[in-house]
Write a protein that binds this ligand. Structure first.
Ligand SMILES: Nc1ncnc2c1ncn2[C@@H]1O[C@H](COP(=O)(O)OP(=O)(O)OP(=O)(O)O)[C@@H](O)[C@H]1O
Ligand SMILES: *[C@@H]1O[C@H](CO)[C@@H](O)[C@H](O)[C@H]1NC(C)=O
Ligand SMILES: *[C@@H]1O[C@H](CO)[C@@H](O)[C@H](O)[C@H]1NC(C)=O
Ligand SMILES: *[C@@H]1O[C@H](CO)[C@@H](O)[C@H](O)[C@H]1NC(C)=O
Ligand SMILES: *[C@@H]1O[C@H](CO)[C@@H](O)[C@H](O)[C@H]1NC(C)=O
Ligand SMILES: *[C@@H]1O[C@H](CO)[C@@H](O)[C@H](O)[C@H]1NC(C)=O
Ligand SMILES: *[C@@H]1O[C@H](CO)[C@@H](O)[C@H](O)[C@H]1NC(C)=O
Length: 545
């Protein structure tokens, strides 16, 4: 039974001034009276956004500076830590004490390629501490070693403060979104950071699921099965997901993530253009002057945002270089031509993914836009051109969509407790990563068999039978998780089960049957039984989702 329906106010493309008040009025099925309040948080690589569910509706809450989205930037000063826009602006002077994109390295090991990439780009030094990355911060008085989870906690604290300014300090229940490709350890560390900040984490849900929920996709009544595409272009990443939706359930058919393209690339391209204008007009090359370029990047970002609503924008930087001011006007058309290759790179994966899912563009009935960069009119136009007949869902400001969906999920989770509906679940989760069983073949080489491929709708149960040499007295089943296509090599061990004291069988094998059950909350229960003797072991692994 569908229990969530969203009624949304619509606005024309590109008309979403950051400060405009927007809200989604959500009525939950009419049969539930929801009086509780709950919080939804999206904490991305670049920005965080928080929405609250209260009085039957989900609303984004502005921070103390009046902004509905807060940069996920933390600055360390002598005696204080600053989170948000002030930290971001202070970076021009204090780059080495300012931490950006902490989410990129959260819960990862030092030798992870993502951490290495982050290190190369970070102006704040990152060191190896027992195989884990740590920030090294010099506040003048002492050298501080700061773990990423501590930085994350500070951002969560700020987020909680913002939410509680609207709800009061006794509301701590939250749903937090994570990218589809977040691993187990990343989720655990994120959850702990949120708890350390005082949140009671009801659930972590995937960003595309939250985006679908924000628009009530798949909640239609009567239920109809359809395919939806969630397009997210944030500040530092692109992700495209195709999901099958049906009466509140969704199943990921295909997904694509690229951490090398995001809004920042557009800002940088515009900043490069501004630098060449500066050179043309004032005959100074500033492209190698890091501080001047940072100022120009800030100015370019403001201009880029303006150009999503207006046809032209003015860029002014006081004393950009050797006391010279910079003043220049940029048109939307200029911005679009400066970034034309980036626009192509941002939409190309869509077509490929639709093919990969074995679909054509006419099989997609809804496209949800999210991520701040999806506010760019040209991008919206290009996506519309790819899907001329679909419902393009863009009425919620793109950088707020995911937080709104998280708040709705939080309300549904709380509401469920007191509801008389037994199966009042709105979303069926799916496994984001492959779950594999390790086997050794006759020649002793390790092979990995996929038990739950990524995208398996949950709950799910699988049988996995295997054999072990009869002369062995113990047998071990090892379970792993791995990423999507392309990064299967990146395996994480989840658990192992050992069957001991088996009767030796000369000349034959032990037959082992394992039964794996993965629940909606991501917990994985595994039992392993030796068929001859019935010797059995079981283990439950927490939250794999
Ligand atoms: N009005 C706008 N026009 C164009 N771009 C915008 C606008 N508002 C925000 N952005 C861009 O959106 C990006 C931030 O997106 P979002 O808030 O979705 O971040 P995020 O989820 O942290 O992304 P990621 O995790 O990929 O870093 C920034 O690059 C910002 O410049
Ligand atoms: C830079 O950091 C120093 C020392 O932590 C602090 O005193 C100063 O105010 C910071 N400057 C800016 C512009 O944020
Ligand atoms: C972008 O793609 C379009 C259509 O495929 C093509 O005509 C155009 O030349 C491309 N532009 C760039 C800069 O790659
Ligand atoms: C990610 O995007 C960059 C920039 O567009 C591109 O060069 C790269 O090939 C992309 N990577 C993948 C895996 O698609
Ligand atoms: C659910 O009901 C219990 C007992 O009636 C009450 O204490 C609690 O606050 C309710 N929870 C919500 C979310 O309404
Ligand atoms: C065992 O696995 C290895 C590696 O996958 C493979 O090369 C080999 O052929 C396999 N041997 C047998 C007997 O299946
Ligand atoms: C079991 O037998 C194989 C050969 O059949 C041998 O290589 C292996 O060492 C034996 N293992 C044990 C534990 O005896």
């Amino acid at each position: 039974m569908p229990i969530g329906q969203a009624t949304l106010r619509t606005a024309p493309i590109g008309q979403f001034p950051r400060h405009a008040h927007w809200s989604a009025a959500v009525t939950l099925g009419g049969c539930l009276v929801i009086t509780m309040a709950a919080i939804g948080v999206h904490l991305g690589g670049t920005c965080s956004c928080v929405a609250v569910y209260k009085d039957g509706r989900a609303d984004v809450v502005a921070n103390d500076a009046g902004d509905r989205v807060t940069p996920a930037v933390v600055a360390y000063r002598e005696n204080e830590k600053i989170v948000g826009l002030a930290a971001k602006h202070g970076r021009i002077r204090n780059a080495s004490n300012t931490i950006l994109k902490v989410k990129q390295i959260l819960g990862r090991r030092f030798d992870d390629p993502q951490v290495q990439k982050h290190m190369a780009e970070s102006k704040c030094s990152v060191i190896d501490k027992d195989g884990k990355p740590r920030y090294e911060i010099d506040t003048g008085e002492e050298l501080k070693i700061v773990p990423p989870e501590e930085v994350m906690k500070l951002i969560f604290e700020k987020t909680k403060e913002t939410a509680q300014s609207a709800l009061g300090s006794d509301v701590n229940d939250v749903v937090i979104t994570v990218p589809l490709d977040f691993g187990k350890n990343q989720k655990n560390v994120l959850r702990q950071a949120a708890q350390a900040a005082g949140f009671n984490v009801l659930r972590l849900i995937h960003e595309p699921a939250a985006a679908l929920l924000a628009f009530g996709v798949g909640q239609e009544s009567p239920a109809e099965k359809s395919n939806a595409l969630v397009y997210k272009l944030g500040g530092s990443s692109l992700s495209v997901t195709i999901a099958e939706v049906n009466s509140g359930m969704y199943r990921v058919l295909a997904s694509h993530t690229n951490d090398s393209i995001g809004g920042e690339c557009f800002t940088d391209a515009l900043a490069q253009y501004l630098a060449s204008e500066f050179q043309r007009l004032l005959r100074h090359d500033i492209k190698n002057n890091a501080r001047a370029m940072m100022k120009l990047v800030n100015s370019a970002e403001v201009a880029k945002h303006t150009l999503s609503t207006l046809e032209s924008s003015n860029c002014f930087v006081d004393s950009l270089h050797e006391g010279l001011d910079f003043d220049c006007s940029v048109s939307r058309a200029r911005f679009e031509s400066v970034c034309s290759a980036l626009f192509n790179q941002s939409v190309q994966p869509i077509r490929k993914l639709v093919e990969e899912a074995g679909l054509s563009s006419s099989d997609i009935s809804k496209v949800v836009l999210c991520g701040g960069s999806a506010r760019i009119p040209k991008l919206q136009q290009m996506i519309r051109d790819l899907f001329p007949d679909v419902d393009l869902l863009n009425s919620i400001p793109a950088d707020e969509v995911i937080a709104v969906g998280a708040a709705i999920e939080a309300a549904l989770l709380l509401g469920k407790e007191n509801s008389s509906l037994e199966e009042a679940s709105v979303i069926v989760e799916c496994s984001a990563r492959n779950i594999l069983a390790k086997e050794s073949n006759e020649s002793g080489s390790d092979t990995y068999k996929v038990v739950f491929p990524s995208g398996t709708p949950l709950p799910a149960r699988k049988h996995h039978a295997f054999q072990a040499p009869g002369n062995a007295s113990s047998v071990c089943l090892e379970l792993y998780e791995s990423g999507e296509k392309g990064c299967e090599q990146e395996r994480n061990k989840l658990a192992q089960i050992v069957l001991r004291d088996l009767q030796l069988k000369e000349g034959s094998n032990h037959d082992i049957l394992s039964v794996l059950t993965m629940k909606r909350d991501g917990s994985l229960h595994v039992t392993c039984t030796e068929q001859g003797t019935g010797i059995s072991e079981a283990v439950t692994i927490d939250v794999v989702l």
